[in-house]
Write a new protein. Structure first.
Ligand SMILES: Cc1ncc(C[n+]2csc(CCOP(=O)(O)OP(=O)(O)O)c2C)c(N)n1
Length: 531
């Protein structure tokens, strides 16, 4: 007789979800018991790491990932990266163990109180099945909820005595669409505004990359002879950054962002919130007289935009529909930005010199995963992303995502057979939030290279304190951290890099290795301005 466990594994097979990221506990053991040979359990040493590895894996493979967490404490540990998965719009099915139904009323140790409230509001759906027999169908519903736009995480709390119960017949597998097309009438109105615009500008967001529509994004920019900006603080790269139309990433503050768009009468935003701001710098949201058109697959994003007119659609389908209808412009196309002068190479290296070296030695088809807050501008200035699905970071602002996400991306690259090289750039502060991801990467023999710009401080918080005039904040310096010893302790190759050539050689060796490599690189302690 089939048990609920048998039926659930069958359902997971049907859904193509045979990889489970997790950290086990007693409340999960009845699920994990006799773990099937055709499944892969990716062991994380902390739940934050499990969630972010699954997020990176899901984004790089384009399908949802399954994370199994330990009841309330495990969910709590995973919560920061669940917040990130929500903002990243990553479809994740998070399951968590729950104490035995027989004892739940008296709240034994490890009972999750109000389990479905715990992950709120950062899940699209949270459920504890009313009957053990409902688990396989709840998995199916969880999947359908996670993948429909806007995609995101869902949560199932699963009592540990459910798994051995006799199963009902397996629910019929069903599928849902993951894209929807724009309202034709409203699209025609958008076309009319764009065709009549004197000087339009395009702002593309991560939804363009998620919907695999770089080609349409480029074609529309060329059709309109319009410059292109990346939406502020993007979690994915959205446009070939060596294209003559590309202008850079918009600043993430109200006044400066509007200033960057000065002179444009129409702003078309596709696949991003309007807008993702960080420090409060007052001003208008748009240049005077400009009109904003917004395409998003997220009704909440459309509702909360402070300016503009929104159109719900899959970003890729909207771009394709616009391309069908927008007439070619007779404006001269934007010209390429001036090339940057090569940064000076000093001792220690500046962030710019370090990342110029990284760019010079960048592997063809490399994937960059980034969590280096104060050095982000230098990194994006020096290392231009030119291919789709090649840049990942967190949309949330929560640290502890980048390192484990890079491990998840690298695993997806291996599992898919694509084998693209993965390089992470992780600040010496950010490294420690999910540092144990290094152990999983070592156990999996993944050749991910982690470059750590070492400035021995939380530089961005110093910059923020300067901008906001809050002197005297404690806890902003990071002396006495031995990155080499930490990396070695988790089983990684590691070497301090101090020159561009040393970085090049260590990077090439690391990408050929059969384990992760951590490369701490001492950099100047100058604090870059936050804007
Ligand atoms: C989970 C979490 N805790 C704290 C913070 C606040 N925070 C933002 S940036 C930062 C420092 C990052 O330091 P590092 O990685 O060394 O980068 P740097 O700013 O020096 O470039 C901190 C602590 C955060 N964003 N997320």
């Amino acid at each position: 007789m089939a048990t609920v466990r048998d039926a659930t594994y069958d359902m997971l097979r049907t859904l193509g979800m045979t990889t489970v990221f997790g950290n086990p506990g007693s409340t999960e053991e009845p699920f994990l018991q006799d773990f099937p040979a055709d499944f892969h359990y990716v062991h994380a040493l902390h739940e934050a790491t499990a969630v972010a590895m699954a997020d990176g894996y899901a984004q790089a493979s384009g399908v949802p990932a399954h994370v199994n967490l330990h009841t309330a404490p495990g969910t709590g540990n995973g919560m920061g990266n669940l917040v990130t998965a929500w903002h990243n719009k990553t479809p994740l099915i998070v399951t968590a163990g729950q104490q035995t139904r027989e004892m739940l009323l008296l709240e034994p140790r490890l009972a999750s109180r109000r389990a479905t409230e715990l992950p709120q509001p950062y899940v699209k759906w949270a459920y504890e099945p009313a009957r053990a027999q409902d688990i396989p169908a709840a998995m199916l519903r969880a999947y359908a909820t996670a993948v429909q736009p806007p995609a995101g995480p869902v949560y199932l709390s699963l009592p540990m005595d459910d798994w051995g119960q006799p199963a009902d017949a397996l629910p019929t597998a069903r599928t849902v669409a993951t894209r929807f097309a724009p309202d034709p009438e409203r699209l025609t109105e958008f076309v009319r505004v764009l065709a009549g615009s004197r000087n339009p500008v395009l702002v593309y967001g991560p939804g363009v990359d998620r919907s695999a529509s770089w080609a349409s994004a480029v074609a529309l920019a060329e059709r309109l002879a319009a410059p292109v900006w990346s939406a502020p603080a993007p979690e994915r790269a959205v446009f070939p950054e060596n294209h003559p139309h590309f202008r850079g990433v918009l600043p993430y503050a109200i006044g400066p962002l509007a200033e960057a768009l000065n002179g444009h009468d129409t702003v078309l935003v596709v696949g991003a919130p309007v807008f993702r701001y960080y420090p409060y710098v007052p001003g208008g949201h748009l240049p005077d007289g400009a009109r904003l058109l917004h395409v998003t697959d997220d009704p909440d994003e459309a509702a909360r935009a402070p300016v503009g007119d929104s159109l719900l659609s899959d970003p890729g389908l909207a771009l394709a529909a616009l391309l069908d209808q927008v007439p070619p412009s007779d404006r001269p196309p934007p010209t390429r930005r001036d090339e940057l002068p090569a940064p000076e190479v000093g001792t220690p290296l500046s962030a710019d010199a370090l990342f110029a070296a990284l760019a010079a030695h960048w592997p063809a088809d490399g994937v960059l995963v980034q969590e280096s807050p104060s050095n982000l501008s230098a990194l994006r200035r020096q290392l231009r992303i030119t291919r789709p699905a090649s840049y990942f970071t967190m949309a949330s602002g929560g640290l502890g995502y980048g390192l484990p996400a890079a491990v998840g991306v690298a695993l997806a690259e291996r599992d898919s057979g694509r084998g693209r090289p993965v390089v992470a750039v992780i600040g010496d502060g950010s490294l420690h939030y999910s540092v144990q991801a290094l152990w999983t990467a070592a156990r999996l023999a993944l050749p991910v290279v982690v470059v750590v710009p070492v400035n021995q401080q939380y530089a961005i918080l110093k910059a923020f304190a300067e901008l906001k005039h809050t002197p005297g904040v404690p806890g902003l310096d990071l002396p006495g951290l031995d990155v080499v010893a930490i990396a070695a302790g988790y089983g990684c190759a590691t070497e301090v890099v101090q020159t561009p050539d040393q970085l090049g050689a260590a990077l090439a060796a690391g990408l050929r290795a059969d384990r992760p490599t951590v490369l701490p690189a001492p950099i100047s302690t100058d604090v870059p301005s936050i804007l």
